[in-house]
Write a protein that binds this ligand. Structure first.
Ligand SMILES: Nc1nc2c(ncn2[C@@H]2O[C@H](COP(=O)(O)OP(=O)(O)OP(=O)(O)O)[C@@H](O)[C@H]2O)c(=O)[nH]1
Ligand SMILES: [Mg+2]
Length: 216
C-alpha cells in the first residue's frame, strides 16, 4: 500500500469518526440482538482492558460508551451507529475473564460473547483488546482459538500504551506478534493505542475505513 493511500484512509477515517455517533441498541441476550444491517465491528477483551474507553476515544465522545475503573461495567452488547448513510456500527461487549463476578453472570456473559462472535454475518472484524501492561493471558488465548475455529477475522489492539515504558511495550508487541503467527484468523499487524493520549486512533479509524471500502 502506498503512503498516498494511507493518508487518504486516515483522512476518511477522521471524517467518518468526526460525524455523529449514536447509541442505538443494548442486548442482554442473543435473542434480543438488533436486526443485522450494514457492517459491524466488535470490541472484545478482558474486563477493564479499555473497550468502552476506546470507543469513546475513537468517536471523540467522552461518555458515549460507559466506562468505569472497576471491572464489569459493560454487561450487555451495546451497539453504536455511525453518521447517516455510513451503514456502520461499533459493538461494545462485556469483558471476559472477570473472576470476581458471580459465577452465573460470568457464564451468561461468556455465552453471549461467544454466541455473538460466532453467528453474526454482518460482523466484519473483531478487535481483541489486550492491556499493554499484562500481555496475552490464557483467557485471551481461548478467545483467539475460538475465533480461529469459527474463522472470524480479528486484529489485536494493545491498549493503555501510556501506562508502560517503551521497552516494555516493544516486548509485549513482539510477544503478541509471535503468538499471532500460529493463529490463522488473526490479522498479523498489531495496533498500539492509548485512549488517554489518542495514540493509534487515526490508524484504527483508517483500518475500519479500509474494511468498509472492501465491503462496499
Ligand atoms: N491510562 C489509561 N487508562 C485507560 C485507558 N483506557 C481505559 N483506561 C481506564 O481503564 C478503566 C477501564 O476502562 P473501560 O473502558 O471501562 O474498560 P472496559 O474494557 O470497557 O471494561 P468492562 O466494560 O468492565 O469490561 C477506566 O478506569 C479507564 O479510564 C488508556 O488508554 N490509558
Ligand atoms: Mg466496557
Amino acid at each position: 500500500m502506498t503512503t498516498d493511500t494511507d493518508a487518504k484512509l486516515i483522512e476518511q477515517g477522521r471524517l467518518l469518526f468526526a460525524g455523529e455517533w449514536t447509541f442505538i441498541w443494548a442486548s442482554p441476550s442473543i435473542e434480543t440482538l438488533p436486526p443485522m444491517a450494514g457492517m459491524e465491528v466488535a470490541f472484545a477483551g478482558r474486563s477493564n482492558v479499555g473497550k468502552s474507553s476506546l470507543i469513546n476515544s475513537l468517536t471523540g465522545r467522552n461518555a458515549l460508551a460507559r466506562t468505569s475503573h472497576t471491572p464489569g461495567r459493560t454487561q450487555e452488547l451495546i451497539f453504536f451507529e455511525g453518521p447517516d448513510g455510513s451503514d456502520f456500527r461499533l459493538v461494545d461487549m462485556p469483558g471476559y475473564g472477570y473472576a470476581s463476578a458471580p459465577k452465573v453472570k460470568i457464564a451468561s456473559w461468556t455465552k453471549l460473547i461467544y454466541n455473538f462472535l460466532q453467528g453474526r454475518a454482518s460482523l466484519a472484524r473483531v478487535y481483541v483488546l489486550i492491556d499493554s501492561r499484562h500481555g496475552l493471558k490464557d483467557v485471551d488465548l481461548d478467545v483467539l482459538k475460538s475465533l480461529d475455529r469459527s474463522a472470524v477475522s480479528y486484529q489485536i489492539v494493545l491498549t493503555k500504551a501510556d501506562q508502560v515504558k517503551k521497552s516494555e511495550l516493544e516486548k509485549t508487541f513482539e510477544e503478541v506478534r509471535t503468538e499471532l503467527r500460529t493463529h490463522p484468523a488473526a490479522f498479523p499487524d498489531v495496533l498500539v493505542t492509548s485512549s488517554r493520549t489518542g495514540d493509534g486512533m487515526a490508524e484504527l479509524r483508517a483500518a475500519m475505513v479500509r474494511l468498509l471500502n472492501e465491503r462496499n
